[in-house]
Write a protein that binds this ligand. Structure first.
Ligand code: HEM
Length: 389
């Protein structure tokens, strides 16, 4: 048999999970020559690597799969301790349980409004009609962006995640969006510096750790990370959950009849079809794993999507089971980079489905109109036509 090479675009396949299983069983420390990336697919290996930042560095991740060079070494996701510890300490002071609690009324009101409109329309495009406006508005509210700027914000975020190449001689829409968003946020940060408000950007500008503060540029770049990480991950989570419900009508009926099951449904969705399918680390020295030598400085994908289906960790892992008791998924990461937005992401998912399920009378997806996200790390949909009534 010709040597198998893990292709990065496999995560946009309808069902990549049998291939992940093959890798876990046959080649758990896989080197893909075509992509020049190592892929760890077993839960125990990924979990150990997430927890051991001294061996598995995030510092150079931006050069690897998915980041932009100007952000590397400045964002939470591309730093190691002590820089990461300092920045995360500041974020933890600025982004507290109080921040999430104070956003809840806005999350609830917006979810209600979008879902009742969905019910009136009957057939919606889930991303366009619900997920994108919901995410942009909540992130905007979190950072004190005025409502009138939400539309521009949404367009920049949409363009930022486009994957089509620009025609020769033209600036890619991603670069334009990045520049505009950065300019906008820098301007916004200047205003907040002059006149602090009750928002996360003001809190980041003011927070101190050991007598030190984040630089102005770090606040701007960190805010961009919040917008991009928050916007894409939540969209992928919501679309995957919506799709999973259509594939499992009995789960739809059960959860709709008892909305208290929604948090368990959300957790199982995060495990079963992870929105963030993997993150990259760089070993700081050679590592031997499953008889392979993974060289220092190589790029290694910790495959969350596969780890979450590892039969060595989860009973009957391919089954979508909202009652499972072995819920230790890696969908929000693990260790020092564990998702800072997880409490907010969970609340948003919970409120959204609490509003959408009761107004729905059906849950059908028009498969001819779906389009999947095409990035090497994230799995979800950019278009998901859904009929709810
Ligand atoms: C709801 C769906 C979400 C999922 C599935 C998700 C997933 C993840 C994962 C797996 C990581 C770990 C990355 C790594 O180890 O390198 C992470 C980190 C991060 N997430 Fe999320 N996330 C979600 C929502 C959000 C939201 C709503 C925000 C912001 C408002 C956010 C901001 C971040 C940031 C800033 C980091 C970097 C943390 C660090 O490196 O210390 N995420 N996320």
């Amino acid at each position: 048999m010709e040597r198998f090479n893990y292709p990065l675009n496999i995560i946009a396949a309808d069902d990549p999970y049998p291939t992940y299983k093959w890798l876990r069983d046959e080649d758990p420390a896989h080197y893909s020559q075509t992509e020049d990336v190592w892929v760890l697919t077993r839960y125990a290996d990924c979990s150990a690597a997430f927890k051991d930042w001294k061996t598995w560095s995030s510092q150079r991740r931006g050069n690897l799969l998915n980041d932009l060079p100007e952000r590397v070494g400045k964002t939470l996701g591309t730093t190691d301790p002590p820089r990461h510890t300092f920045a995360r300490g500041i974020i933890n002071k600025a982004f507290t349980p109080h921040t999430v609690a104070s956003l809840k009324p806005k999350v609830r009101a917006l979810a209600q409004q979008l879902c009742s409109r969905a019910y009136e329309k009957g057939a919606i495009e889930f991303v366009e009609d619900i997920s994108a406006p919901f995410n942009a508005a909540i992130l905007g509210a979190m950072f004190g962006v005025p409502d009138r700027d939400f539309i521009a914000l949404r367009h920049w975020l949409d363009d930022f995640f486009k994957r089509e190449k620009a025609p020769p001689g033209q600036e890619p829409p991603q670069a334009i969006a990045m520049r505009e968003l950065r300019g906008y946020l820098a301007n916004h940060a200047e205003q907040r510096q002059a006149q602090p408000g009750d928002d996360l950007m003001s809190a980041m500008l003011l927070a101190e750790e050991g007598g030190q503060q984040l630089s102005f540029d770090q606040v701007v770049v960190t805010t961009m990370t919040f917008f991009t990480a928050g916007f894409e991950s939540t969209n992928n989570l919501f679309t995957n959950l919506t799709y999973a419900l259509a594939l499992h009508p009995q789960v739809y009926e059960e959860v709709r009849a008892d909305l208290a099951l929604i948090p368990a449904f959300v957790e199982e969705g995060m495990r079963w079809d992870a929105a963030a399918q993997g993150f990259v680390r760089t070993p700081t020295h050679d590592v031997t794993l499953h008889d392979k030598n993974i060289p220092e400085g190589s790029q290694v994908l910790l495959h969350i999507g596969s780890a979450n289906r590892d039969e060595r960790e989860f009973a009957d892992p391919d089954r979508f089971d909202i009652h499972r008791t072995d819920q230790r998924h890696l969908g929000m990461g693990q260790g020092i980079h564990f998702c800072v937005g997880s409490p907010l992401g969970r609340v948003m998912a919970q409120f959204l489905f609490e509003e959408l399920l009761p107004v729905s009378t059906r849950w059908e997806i028009d498969l001819s109109g779906v389009a999947r996200v095409t990035t090497p790390n994230f799995r979800g949909f950019t278009r998901l036509p859904l009929t709810v009534a």
